[in-house]
Design a protein around this ligand. Sequence first.
Ligand code: HSE
Length: 411
Amino acid sequence: MVNVAVLGYGTVGSGIVEILTKNNSHVSRRAGEEIKLKYVLDLREFPGDPVEKVLVHDYDTIVNDPEIRVIAEAMGGLEPAFTFAKKALEKGISFCTSNKVLVEAKGAELLQIAKKNNANFFFEASVGGGIPVIRPMIESLTADHFDEISGIMNGTTNFILTKMDQEGAAYEDVLAEAQALGYAERNPEADVEGHDAGRKIAILASLIYERQVNFADIPMEGITEITGVDFAYAHSLEASIKLLGTARKKDHRIYAMVAPFLVPSNDPLYAVNGVYNAIKLHGDMLENVMFYGQGAGKLATASAVVSDIQDCVRRLGTHREVLWDPSPVQLGDAKEYPFRFLVRVKADGSAENAEKLSAFAGALGGAGRLTAPRGVTGEAAFVTKAMPEKELCEAVEKTGVELIRKFRLDW
Ligand code: HSE
């Protein structure tokens, strides 16, 4: 029998407890040992909840109990999660987490401590909720060099963009709906400004390129400015707008960013809607592979944590190597990575403005002008050839056009 503990009895923590209870014999059989939930740590009381029998308020009770072999953390935030993880691993107790803040900031360090102590630090649920993506990356996708990992990594923003796309709903209205449904937080900043996706692409890029990619170095654009007019242009190009996290290798440099992209209808990411997530990779041998599923939610995320607990149980006393060098990658300047752009600029019909627009198209190296969608006036839109964002910004400055918005095209 293997005794385990869960830290945090919130949404994900209570999901882990539910799975360990409801599916106990199945989970144990698949782990090769009976798994017993001995403790749940939370500062709160839960009167009447069966968790009361195993509820403790002091971490030392757990970490100093020699019977505890695996701890799963679902508290979120850097502290005290980091201190708890470190203490456990130093004692040879394996540690699993759904906490992306912890993994992005301290993953490399915790893996080193785990290695030294013949334990494991697993974090499948920190990216893509219930989608198995980290374990396949480490265990299955080992023969290729990957030049790109991109995906829809945030369920809340994908829910909002899907509704705007398919129902013509306004951003503020769908955000309010997402909040009412419990997808979006009351303070939705981490999701809508791209920070949540930024942490996730930092973790995935660190794993695929085997070296720390810092969240703080990744440029992030959110979805708060996107309107129905943007979707009308996207539709005219047979595309949709998706918030992508992406890391790409070009000329031995890694470029990473989070931004809304136009995704064409023949791209599998186009069909990823609602709170679903998908992560695709491009390798030099395998070419394209994509992982798709529920990227958030109590039981989906908890299911990934429980699978980590099972893996820890199977590997007790041994360490699975995960290559993640803690010295940070010097990322390339994302403004120098070439993309095609959809650019919307102001147009007032005057001769002076027409001259500016034609100078602008010329400065872009002959960009194609788009027909404005029905009902859209007072602007002109262009699709550029592949060019660094820097050059596009220089063309705006040089010709004096007034930029409304620009989107990268993912084709
Ligand atoms: N807020 C996140 C999302 C939860 O919407 O995807 C999972 O990290």
